[in-house]
Ligand binder design. Sequence first.
Ligand SMILES: [Zn+2]
Length: 225
Amino acid sequence: MFVVAWIKQIFDSLLPMDEQCVLCDDFAILKKYSLCERCCGKLEVVPFNLTTEETYFESLMACYFYNNMAKSFILKHKDGHNRYLSLILGQILADKVDSVEIEIDVVTAIPSTRSAYLKRGVNHAADIAKAAARLLSVPYQESLVRIDSENKAQKSLTRQQRFKYAMSALASIHTFEKNQRVLVVDDVLTTGATLRGASLALKQGSPNCKFYGIAVFYTPFVKKI
Ligand SMILES: [Zn+2]
């Protein structure tokens, strides 16, 4: 017995179990999504689907609430050019799709605003969507383009103005094959205005397809069902 414990001790020292948490950078035994137990504990599951009223989605889903932890996650993803986090966020989406047992044929994403793209040089929602598509073993397809010229900061608009604005901000640039089931990805769902505008543009471009909206994080502006 003593020899076994001794060998185990040597192996443990050679193969430390601690890894770095992708969010707080602490070394710890990681629990889920490459997060330590403390960070993982701060993920707050959204236990309901959101209303699809005034959208062209079959369903609208969000995975976790946009709390302080989610905010640091998104900021680290966007400003830190940390593309490894795209894989983690993509995994969160793929897990959600698996859990609700929706069959998906293709994944697409909301395009960045022009200013965000110029600032960061990356479309973060597309990166997350590509990771989710790989995990779901379906293709990723770019399908939307921003056609808004004024590039208004949505933060300064009222909810009603945001919706009106979003309905003319995006256009479809791809026609999906008939009857395809398309997952439409965004990182954070605030009022739902952007996803709503996307659903309209996509349905106009591909009226015979089914669209499912999904965001990793959700701020509770959008009504639950
Ligand atoms: Zn952590």
